[in-house]
Ligand binder design. Sequence first.
Ligand SMILES: [Ca+2]
Ligand SMILES: [Ca+2]
Length: 387
Amino acid sequence: MKLKTTLLMLMFSVAALAQFTTEAIPTGYYNSATGTGYTLKNQLRTIITNGHNPQSYTTGLWNLYSTSLRDNFYENDGSLLDIYSENPTGIDPYNYTSTSQQCGNYTTEGQCYNKEHLIPQAYFGNGAMPMYSDAHHVVPSDGKVNGWRDNLPFGVVSGTVTNGCNAGATNTPCKTLNNSKIGNNLNSGYSSGFSGKVFEPIDEFKGDIARTFFYFATRYQDDMDDFYSAAANTLEVKAMFDGSTNKVFSTTFLNIMLTWHANDPVSPKEVAFNNAIYNFQGNRNPFIDHPEYVQSIWGTPAGTDTFDISTKVAVYPNPATSNTVNISSEVEITSLRLININGQIVSSIQNPVPDSGSVTLSNLPQGFYILTINTAEGSAVKKVLVN
Ligand SMILES: [Ca+2]
Ligand SMILES: [Ca+2]
């Protein structure tokens, strides 16, 4: 009986290890991301620019959508995963299952899908490469909703929304079939400072969109001032930006993005899509791999005192190289505990170097570990692979 249990545990562990390994970040990918703040942002820009091999807007993106950006997470039916029509808590209003449903003409929702630039083309120049075909921000979406979103900033729609959108979405505030909303921004709370028209995605995808904007603001940071000055002053999305190459965002929209990032943490869908896009075009979204980088670069949302502690600690590189793993934290670490695959405590440290904010564990045997990091503000648990 005991042998059987051990065997089962071992099989489970091997399965968990295999899954973890296939989804891991390539060894060394973030080795040069050693700084904090805008220094870190510059380092990330170099990492995700090197290796970015832009693919074609037509066959390339269509193929990616057909093969990889599928619903293996909600209905789990392999249909296209469209953030503007997915209903995570019920039946989707419609589904796209065939390449014959690529747009095409449409008059209502559910007729065909095309490609939505989450950072609108009009902002960076219609057709300008490599932004035009960058799969990290060009996502499949229903044609009609894509048209409604147009060049609107993302934001928080004010008031109760009961109307479905009419053909031109002129009856704002109104909502799409999956309850994405169009209307005037709520000029209070975390979205205060703007009262123009915005598009609000459903909660499930708010963090996904924020991390996409953080990617774009990093990958194309050197061009963000030029985009801003070239964009027409009537272009609505311009309200999200401030024309700088470091901060990139206006204060209001940075606060919205930071809040969405904190409230909607990285999901398995984002991890899977980040890996698929890495295979497709050779670069990654660092803010999916390392959500804590957002806070290091841009800080925390205004008025937020408490945060999920897992965003305040970083474990790198992971998988660990040279049998060494580093742990950094923005809050004082009170203790650490590293447990191996057999449940044995490999390392247990009290009050490790409280002032430097960084701890190194060396001479670790190869294997899979669970690392528990206790801080004054709470605990975080991280998986660590040493290979
Ligand atoms: Ca679905
Ligand atoms: Ca999400």
